[in-house]
Design a protein around this ligand. Structure first.
Ligand code: NZQ
Ligand code: ZN
Length: 385
């Protein structure tokens, strides 16, 4: 295991009725920007709960943050913050709204062009506004990490930034707020969280026993409660376990001291920017092919994954690896996440375009060993046709 320093500053309020804890969390004199998406929170009663908990505080509202939040939209929210001297950002929604809040919080006092936060991957954002989040979609882990992914439709880009300064100070996770999710978003959430675990686990052995067992536990939990919560969306316990699994998948715990891959995500972001495919679906397309192309480099962990996650103990190693990759693909498909580019009417030519774009961004050494070159990216996507 590598050396590490671990600090996750997000306080979590988990369970039914927890939106009321906004009352203690937000200062009485806070000037708050409530950030939201297209309106789901008005339909499912979450907005009413939030407004009630905020009481007499000064609140400005900004609705309209898109799925894959857009830079130009968010800059309008930044202007409100500057004009109204907002002191806290309160995102209420899914990963897109939370990521959008991180960007807004970082951009308000950022010197120069805020796009540089993304283009130059700025990490130190000491003047970021504090964020408190109400999460309504289990998927991204954004409620308890310092990452955000922002799109710019005008230039067809989708870039990430990571900073210790934009972790939410607190996040409220009430599983009941997620009951109104359509099956497509529940499935996306399960697939996204599963892939987050894989990206931190399926690399090479690092003798990190706790991280491995914890990662395997999160995957097994997702495999168990995922289908359950899709079949019975109002089953509180199944949903509560999905919500907490998605947080644990990307709040840092399983990733400390171990090698990480993230090539699937980097390739996936380009597919969303180019073809507007949902984030989780891009991962379902890329990951099975990536595992196939990288099977020699990932051999040790693939065999561990085959045995501990899928119970594959019999037969020659190559057969077990084939079966583990096939089961991974089948898991995505069972959730309704199609795993081929052709399922989304995208032709194989996108392979060269994605490779070219990553190269232009200097992303020429992806993966845990830096051996996923643009040529390999192309190979992976051609295998996903
Ligand atoms: O906009 P509204 O009306 O709220 O509707 C949303 C949206 O249409 C809807 N929704 C959310 N909660 C709901 C609900 N509908 C009914 N009931 C509810 N309770 O769901 C739709 C999708 O929401 P979105 O926030 O886009 O989904 P998700 O949470 O999957 O976030 C995806 C974004 O997160 C980024 C992705 O790239 C993508 O931009 N990611 C962020 C990460 C991070 N910060 O660490 C890591 C991830 O790998 C990912 O890249
Ligand atoms: Zn993801």
């Amino acid at each position: 295991m590598e050396n590490f320093t671990f600090h996750n500053p997000t306080r979590i309020h988990f369970g039914r009725g927890q939106i009321a804890s906004l009352r203690q969390e937000l200062p009485a004199d806070a000037r708050i920007l409530l950030l939201a998406g297209g309106g789901s929170i008005r339909q499912n009663g979450v907005y009413d709960q939030v407004v009630k908990a905020l009481g007499a505080r000064t609140v400005f509202e900004f609705f309209g943050v898109e799925a894959n939040p857009d830079f130009d939209t968010l800059m309008r929210a930044v202007e409100i913050c500057r004009r109204e001297q907002v002191s806290w950002i309160l995102p209420v929604g899914g990963g897109s709204v939370l990521d959008g809040a991180k960007f807004v919080a970082a951009a308000v006092h950022f010197p120069g062009d805020p796009w540089n936060i993304l283009a130059k991957r700025v990490r130190q954002l000491a003047h970021a506004l504090p964020i408190g989040a109400v999460l309504t979609l289990p998927a991204t882990g954004s409620e308890s990490n310092g990452a955000a992914v922002i799109s710019r439709r005008r230039t067809r880009e989708k870039l990430a930034f990571i900073s210790p300064d934009v972790y939410p100070r607190f996040s409220i996770l009430d599983p009941e707020t997620t009951f109104s999710l359509p099956p497509r978003q529940i499935a996306n959430g399960i697939g996204d969280a599963f892939t987050h675990v894989i990206e931190q686990y399926l690399t090479y052995p690092a003798d990190a026993a706790i991280q491995d067992r914890f990662a395997e536990g999160v995957m097994l939990t997702l495999m168990e409660v995922g289908p359950k919560t899709l079949a019975n969306p109002a089953d509180y316990d199944a949903r509560a376990n999905l919500v907490w699994a998605a947080t644990c998948a990307l709040n840092g715990w399983i990733g400390v001291g171990v090698p990480q891959d993230w090539a699937t995500h980097m390739i996936g972001h380009e597919l969303t920017a180019l073809h507007e495919i949902d984030h989780a679906r891009t991962l379902a397309i890329v990951l099975p092919s990536l595992l196939q192309v990288q099977r020699d480099a990932k051999r040790g962990k693939l065999l561990q994954y085959a045995e501990r996650v899928w119970g594959l103990r019999e037969g020659p190693p190559a057969t077990r690896i084939d079966a583990a990759i096939a089961k991974t693909r089948a898991f995505y498909e069972s959730l309704g996440l199609k795993t081929r580019l052709s399922d989304y009417n995208v032709g194989p030519d996108t392979a060269a375009e994605v490779a070219r774009r990553l190269k232009a961004r200097g992303m020429v050494k992806l993966g845990e060993r830096g051996d996923i070159t643009p040529e390999k990216v192309e190979e992976i996507l051609r295998a996903a046709a």
